[in-house]
Design a binder for this molecule. Structure first.
Ligand code: HEM
Length: 423
């Protein structure tokens, strides 16, 4: 049994202290304070039971596993939180839960840069969000409505006459990539290239492939950053490049880590969510009809679908010892909030697997919560809403292509693909 490190250096981009923090993995790296009774080895993202039906698995966690357990596996050992209340606490208490080294993307320790704003704790975190939030707050995203409607219809135009499509490639992936390119101020002719990069970087667990792809994407983003320095525009890259909070411009590494993280965060999360929703719609014509018959309830429909089909997780590291639900955790322990399981917590959402468009409103954790809650949540909601409205208007009847075997590839962003549909 190894002992967890007890000192967490401050994550401050101006002071590149010894990051990344170590990521213990495997049974011989379990800290001595973890009780045997709470150790599991779910191997979740690769577990055949999980991959057969991830959402049944997330829901079943409340019956089959302790509410807090210590998972030991090849991609890292960590405490797992499945109760809504516990994850909500973790997300809102930065004094205990640090975001240091919270993403799995490898970087050169001798030339370390942070993914911003996700890897920075308050109070410094605030300055980064203040730069970009004005472009993605609820009011600001309204200006994207017509553009997203047009993009959605263009994508539908390209498949509607064929009577079938592979939904991921033909709709779910290009839509958020096109929106991302517009938001960042990048040219639309980079669409196919970005689609390829998203798949190469975010659908692998192989660090060598990740490093290679990050280099290629990074080179492109660096040249885009240089371009925006000389040619400012309304896009997010330009806004980050020219920001000077308290009169102090961001460093090159801050700008790079910020722009890169928006790319990482804003594409596969959306397309996995769309794939999950369309897979469900394709198998539930009565629910589709119910949605179409109640168009004024679209916002609640989107919210409920985001609850039922949350796609990702939230990682933290403990800054100080903490007892939660009687479990003693120590500074240095890694913690994962299993957000999709939290959204199936029966204490908060009775009959959690039932898709109920009239549920009393409670905070869902699809976009996490607290200071790091998703920066793109309003934009993502809009993409999902408009995608649904336009698709259901033009292709109201559709189903999964007969004979198609739908699989969930192992990924930290959960969604079925490919998804062949017919109508
Ligand atoms: C359905 C789609 C999406 C889902 C489910 C999602 C989910 C999440 C979650 C769970 C977090 C918090 C992670 C944590 O606490 O560790 C997060 C953060 C973030 N997301 Fe999203 N996201 C989505 C779309 C987007 C989009 C479209 C963008 C950008 C345009 C975006 C940008 C970000 C950024 C920058 C952060 C970090 C925020 C911070 O640290 O302050 N996301 N997202």
């Amino acid at each position: 049994m190894a002992t967890a490190p007890t000192i967490i250096p401050e994550n401050d981009p101006r002071n590149p202290v010894p990051f990344p923090l170590p990521r213990a993995a495997g049974p011989d790296q379990v800290p001595s304070h973890v009780p045997e009774a709470l150790i599991r080895s779910t191997n979740m993202l690769f577990n055949p039971e999980f991959l057969a039906d991830p959402y049944a698995y997330f829901s079943g966690m409340h019956e089959k596993l302790p509410p807090i357990f210590y998972d030991v596996g090849r991609i890292g050992n960590a405490w797992q939180l499945t109760k809504h209340e516990d994850a909500f606490f973790a997300l809102r208490h930065g004094e205990y839960f640090s975001s240091a080294s919270s993403t799995p993307f490898p970087r050169d320790p001798s030339d370390y840069f942070y993914f911003l704003p996700i890897e920075i704790d308050p109070p410094m975190h605030r300055k980064y969000r203040a730069i970009v939030d004005p472009l993605v707050n609820p009011q600001a995203v309204l200006k994207w409505e017509e553009r997203i409607r047009k993009l959605s219809n263009d994508l539908i135009d390209s498949v509607i006459e064929k009577g079938e499509c592979e939904f991921t490639e033909d709709f779910a992936r290009p839509l958020p990539v096109c929106v991302f390119l517009d938001l960042m101020g990048l040219p639309q002719d980079m669409r196919d290239q970005f689609v390829t990069w998203v798949v190469q970087l975010l659908k692998t667990f192989d660090p060598t492939q990740m490093i290679g792809t990050m280099k290629v994407i990074g080179d492109y983003l660096k040249s885009a950053i240089e371009d925006k320095r000389k040619n400012p525009d309304e896009g997010m890259i330009s806004r980050i490049v020219h920001a000077a909070p308290n009169g102090e411009p961001l460093s090159d590494k801050e700008i790079f880590g910020f722009v890169f993280f928006v790319f990482i965060a804003g594409i596969d999360t959306v397309y996995a969510t769309l794939n999950n929703i369309w897979y469900w719609l394709a198998r539930n014509p009565d629910r589709r009809h119910e949605m179409m018959a109640d168009p004024d309830n679209i916002n609640a429909q989107v919210e409920e679908l985001l609850r039922v089909f949350s796609v990702t997780f939230s990682g933290r590291i403990l800054k100080q010892d903490l007892e939660l639900r009687g479990v003693q955790m120590k500074a240095g322990d890694r913690i994962t909030s299993i957000l999709p399981a939290c959204n199936y917590d029966p204490d908060v959402f009775p009959e959690p697997r039932k898709v109920d468009f009239h549920r009393p409103r409670k905070p869902i954790l699809a976009f996490a919560g607290g200071v790091h809650s998703c920066m793109g949540a309003h934009l993502a909601r809009l993409e999902i809403k408009i995608g649904l409205q336009e698709w259901l208007k033009r292709i109201p009847e559709f189903s999964v292509k007969p004979g198609a075997e739908i699989k969930y590839p192992p990924s930290a962003v959960v969604g079925p693909e490919p998804l062949p549909l017919v109508w």
